[in-house]
Design a protein around this ligand. Structure first.
Ligand SMILES: [Zn+2]
Length: 196
């Protein structure tokens, strides 16, 4: 496995801009260490999903960000927790699934596995705008506002995007219970993002 410096050199050789590293799923030794640390940490009883602005360097923040993304995606086996979609484009190196923050980064949400959930692009967007949220038992709660949408909204041919968001349906969860989203993160999302 390459180190970050080796990784940069390899990207240079392939003429791939180094800043695209954030989008590539290849892990360096440093990223693997962060992933291991995230995956092996015991779940805290009382967890605060919001952190003060980090005082660390941008380099460290970027490593942590990539480590968070890898850890969340691996924990959910590269699947969307809502629809189970596991997909990548023919020429893409990375899975379509994204590591969503439950308390968003814009609100100082932490890059911790207990503040993360793997979602496809559509469900990530719907979660971020508050179309749905999660109960503490990991079942889906849909915004009642979806009922006022026009019947053809959220539909593409025969696919009904909102249909996968079924109230009370449980999401797919990681194998290890210690990696499940924390109830404090979910409480925050229900109170601050969700549109009941
Ligand atoms: Zn999905």
């Amino acid at each position: 496995m390459l180190t970050e410096a080796g990784f940069d050199a390899a990207l240079n050789l392939m003429k791939i801009p180094v800043d695209q590293k954030d989008e590539l799923p290849i892990k360096s030794v440093e990223i693997q260490e962060i992933v291991n640390k995230i995956i092996d940490s015991p779940a805290p009883k009382d967890y605060i999903p919001i952190g003060a602005k980090a005082k660390t360097t941008t380099h460290k923040i970027s490593l942590r960000k990539r480590g968070f993304r890898q850890a969340v995606i691996e924990a959910y086996d590269c699947r969307c927790a809502v629809c189970g979609l596991k997909l990548h484009a023919p020429h893409a190196y990375s899975w379509e699934v994204q590591a969503a923050h439950i308390v968003p980064r814009s609100k100082q949400g932490k890059d911790d596995i207990w503040n993360g959930v793997a979602l496809c692009r559509l469900h990530h967007w719907a979660f971020d705008v508050g179309w749905f949220t999660l109960q503490n038992n990991y079942s889906i709660q849909i915004s009642s506002q979806t009922k006022s949408l026009l019947p053809n909204i959220g539909k593409m041919n025969n696919i009904d995007f909102f249909q996968q968001l079924t109230t009370n349906k449980k999401i797919y969860l990681p194998e290890k219970v210690s990696l499940y989203p924390h109830s404090n993160s979910l409480n925050w999302h229900r109170q601050n993002i969700f549109q009941p």
